[in-house]
Design a protein around this ligand. Structure first.
Ligand code: GLU
Length: 421
């Protein structure tokens, strides 16, 4: 495995496939089911025109990959980024299948993406691109087929446009076609904070597992988007010391703990965390390998690789992003005895609250924030316990345990349903 080139090491599809193969082998998975689950069931590629504000036409490429619908409708976000690729969307779609199975919610896995640079686009251009992308994949999505949600660079507004476009075509309002909507359009209370909240619950249990207390726990967070900012805010409120924050354009360090609500406000008015007065400036790459108890990579893929894993000083890593750790880095971290809570468990709070949103939309009856949070906390707690006890029982690391648990659940469902022919 160490013979991989850096390009192979950071290909998210290779990373997913390597862990899948390893876990499937450990499970003694039937060869036929192995073939069924190793590749996505459906891959849609669309090239579509959008009128820019200048009056010029641009053609964008979008993907929607459905890895599995064995356990229910496909489920997963849509991301907008210049480096979106089919391999990345494939990996993210498979991770959604495993993630939904780890937390035992009745969904398969999917992911979508459009190659674009949202930072360079106006609201009007983003709206037209979103609506046309939705129209291009319209026969493949739906409340009972495939339910998109936000991911990198998409948000509640993006979901509102998708919901509206889909509803216009269906000639009726269908709010259950996407989750992560504004509350007024059938969104769920607590959904926006849910991924960060799930991470904070996982941190609580990881600390208990290590007989540590939040007050004595130094946390470094990478990324201050929806996931990183909410995780940091909720952890700070529970008494954890968030001593470092690494962003793409700079980092902050304060050994006494950053004032997260003040930082959230600072970022809202300045558009960046850089220059926040109550902290020292720090190199974001150095922050990843600085001394701390919990490291939360909550930005993007491949930030812990063969190049820096050896220097990581965190005792516990709780993955907020999807795929932040490469397979080679996994081995290095295991040798160093770092306790890794894998993405398909630790960031599953988002899709769990999405499940609650979908349930509420189909009932037409909405829950209080307390109900949402209570149910979310319980699912995260139970799933953490399931994965960690599975790992101990089968003498594998937490990531492989999560994959094994998930693959076993999906494979069992396929076996019970049988193969249609
Ligand atoms: N994009 C999020 C994820 O990667 C949420 C997906 C969802 O809510 O469907 O888990």
């Amino acid at each position: 495995m160490h013979m991989l080139t850096l390009e192979q090491e950071i290909n998210p599809w290779e990373a997913q496939a390597a862990r899948f193969d390893f876990a499937a082998q450990k499970l003694n998975l039937d060869e036929g089911l192995w073939k069924v689950l190793r590749y996505p069931a459906r891959e849609i590629i669309v090239h579509f025109p959008v009128m820019l504000d200048t009056g010029k036409i641009e053609v964008f490429t979008g993907y929607r990959v459905q890895h599995s619908v064995a356990r229910g409708p496909a489920k997963g976000g849509i991301r907008y980024a210049p480096d979106v690729s089919l391999d990345e969307v494939r990996a993210l779609a498979s991770w959604m299948t495993w993630k939904c199975a780890v937390v035992n919610i009745p969904f398969g896995g999917a992911k979508g993406g459009v190659i674009c640079d949202p930072k360079q686009m106006s609201m009007g251009e983003l709206e037209r691109m979103t609506r046309r992308y939705t129209a291009e994949i319209i026969e493949f999505i739906g409340p009972e087929k495939d339910v998109p949600a936000p991911d990198m660079n998409t948000n509640e507004q993006t979901m509102a446009w998708i919901m509206d476009t889909y509803s216009m075509h269906m000639r009726q309002t269908c709010n259950a076609v996407v989750t992560g909507k504004p509350i007024n359009l059938g969104g769920s209370r607590g959904r926006r904070e849910a991924t960060g909240r799930g991470i904070s619950v996982v941190c609580d249990h990881a600390l208990k597992h290590h007989a540590m207390r939040p007050e004595d726990c130094r946390v470094i967070v990478q990324g201050f988007g929806n996931v990183g900012s909410n995780a940091a805010r909720l952890l700070a409120a529970k008494g954890y010391k968030v001593i470092g924050l690494a962003e793409y354009d700079g980092g902050l360090f304060n050994p006494n703990g950053l004032d997260i609500p003040a930082l959230v406000e600072y970022r809202a008015s300045n558009g960046t965390v850089v220059g926040f007065p109550e902290a020292e400036a720090a190199d974001p790459r150095e922050l990843l390998v600085s001394a701390c108890d919990i490291l939360i990579p909550a930005a993007t893929e491949n930030v812990i690789t063969s190049r820096n894993a050896e220097r990581i000083q965190a005792k516990i890593i709780v993955e907020g992003a999807n795929g932040p750790t490469t397979t080679i880095a996994d081995e290095i971290l295991a040798d160093k005895n770092v306790f890794v809570v894998p993405d398909i468990l630790s960031n599953a709070g988002g899709v769990t609250a999405s499940y609650f949103e979908w349930v509420q939309d189909r009932m037409g009856y909405f829950w209080t924030e307390k109900e949402v949070n209570g149910r979310l906390d319980q699912i995260m707690r139970d799933s953490f316990t399931d994965v960690v006890s599975y790992a101990e029982k089968h003498k594998v690391n937490n990531r492989i345990a999560a994959y094994m648990l998930a693959i076993d659940r999906v494979a069992y469902t396929i076996q019970q349903r049988g193969i249609y022919a």
